[in-house]
Write a protein that binds this ligand. Sequence first.
Ligand SMILES: C[S@@+](CC[C@H](N)C(=O)[O-])C[C@H]1O[C@@H](n2cnc3c(N)ncnc32)[C@H](O)[C@@H]1O
Length: 252
Amino acid sequence: MWNPDVYRQFQAERDRPFFDLVAQLPVFQPVLVTDLGCGTAHQTATLAERWPQAQVTGVDSSAEMLEQAPALPNLRLVQADFSRWTPGAPQDLLFSNAALHWIPDQHALIPRLAGLVAAGGVFAFQVPGNFTAPSHLLLAELQNEPRWQGRLATEAGPASLNPLDYADLLTPLGFQVNAWETTYLHLLHGPDAALNWVRGTALRPVLARLSPGDAAEFEAEYGRRLRAAYPEGPSGTAFSFRRVFVVARRTS
Ligand SMILES: C[S@@+](CC[C@H](N)C(=O)[O-])C[C@H]1O[C@@H](n2cnc3c(N)ncnc32)[C@H](O)[C@@H]1O
């Protein structure tokens, strides 16, 4: 279950890649726009405001996130799994920020989604590329220890590809691809800042598989390891976060 309040704790840091992605969109006037994994849709609302003539759809599987969405005349919300959802017509802009990585088989997902883009349309997305960062490695390490392994071992977790791999997937499908990566240096503040960050994302599905008592024990141990890996310095807790971006235009 997604918790919008926990997720929103680092709103400015989580919004930054959204606006960096939007900055690379071509100057165009899309009519049909979809935001996959829109969450609370506050970012989606900025797309609806940018193109008031467009019909903007936010798709998300979480009722808790969608409940927080703002109301706008040209924004509609659909509760669905985007790996199966199909729009009524090809989209001029198929957009997604920080969501597509929740489907581990990117080689299947990306071509399927590309097929939903109209001729001349744009497929633009950003996914985390930090799955070998200490935050993820420490989580996997703890999950695989004997205390937890029986209940938590080896479900395929979130995944993403490198920029060139996305380009190689999309170019043969008739897209002109602009793909890049950025590592953000987030300087987080307050105690247990790294733990608070992952509470909103990667830790959430792990704890959901445990009883409340076990979840508290797991989180306490994971937090201890995170504090050692991400010590607080004079500028705050340095939390590096690599992200991968793709803006692909269908040219044929
Ligand atoms: C990290 S949040 C990002 C939300 C928003 N795009 C943002 O950047 O603030 C990921 C969102 O993707 C949604 N999500 C994950 N897997 C999904 C799926 N298969 N279908 C639909 N939504 C999904 C979650 O419910 C969550 O709201």
